[in-house]
Design a protein around this ligand. Structure first.
Ligand SMILES: Cc1cc2nc3c(=O)[nH]c(=O)nc-3n(C[C@H](O)[C@H](O)[C@H](O)COP(=O)(O)OP(=O)(O)OC[C@H]3O[C@@H](n4cnc5c(N)ncnc54)[C@H](O)[C@@H]3O)c2cc1C
Length: 149
């Protein structure tokens, strides 16, 4: 769907689910290629990093080298190629901060469902924000789709 076909200016062009390693990567590329599109990231937890924020047991680390697991657009420069969890968490956070992605993340927002509305040509999302489940009144819980998906 092109910008001039949007049913409403309130709609979000793209919503990314999850602010883990992948979500921050997707956001970076979308901002790079489509800087004028409205983008939001829904993150169920209260912080970013996903796996690398959740698992904090002693010795948690990557299995792959970070030149493979890290971002091509922001190469890993840490000393250890097989990195520890806190270093990866920090790497994800610094990437999000430096690239201006942080303000796009809605923490404590869990996607519950996504329904395609053919008439409006958009997805309508049900999002649980902390203890509160948002209903159809939440315009920010709607996603205009591109290329039918
Ligand atoms: C110890 C360990 C080592 C690993 N080593 C490697 C490795 O070397 N190489 C490799 O390729 N992979 C490895 N992995 C797998 C690792 O999970 C991935 O590398 C990568 O971190 C996954 O990132 P992700 O963003 O796709 O998912 P995640 O890190 O799982 O992030 C998903 C995010 O989405 C959020 N989310 C989920 N559902 C919803 C919802 N409905 N609404 C809103 N938010 C939601 C979660 O809260 C989370 O923050 C390892 C995993 C572990 C535990």
């Amino acid at each position: 769907m092109h910008a001039h076909q949007k049913p409403s200016d309130d709609l979000i062009d793209t919503i990314i689910v999850g602010a883990g390693l992948s979500g921050i990567c997707a956001a970076w590329h979308l901002r790079d290629k489509l800087p004028d599109e409205r983008l939001e990231i829904l993150e169920a937890r209260q912080d970013l990093g996903g796996t690398w924020d959740l698992f904090r047991y002693p010795g948690v680390r990557s299995d792959s080298d970070m030149s493979t697991l890290g971002y091509g657009f922001r190469p890993w420069v840490g000393e250890k190629a097989i990195a520890d969890g806190p270093s990866i968490r920090q790497y994800i956070r610094e990437t999000a901060v430096e690239s201006g992605i942080m303000p796009l993340i809605k923490f404590g927002h869990r996607l519950m469902s996504a329904d395609w509305h053919t008439d409006d040509q958009c997805w309508v999302l049900q999002v649980a924000a902390e203890e509160t489940v948002c209903g159809p009144c939440c315009s920010s819980a709607a996603m205009a789709a591109r290329s039918g998906g």
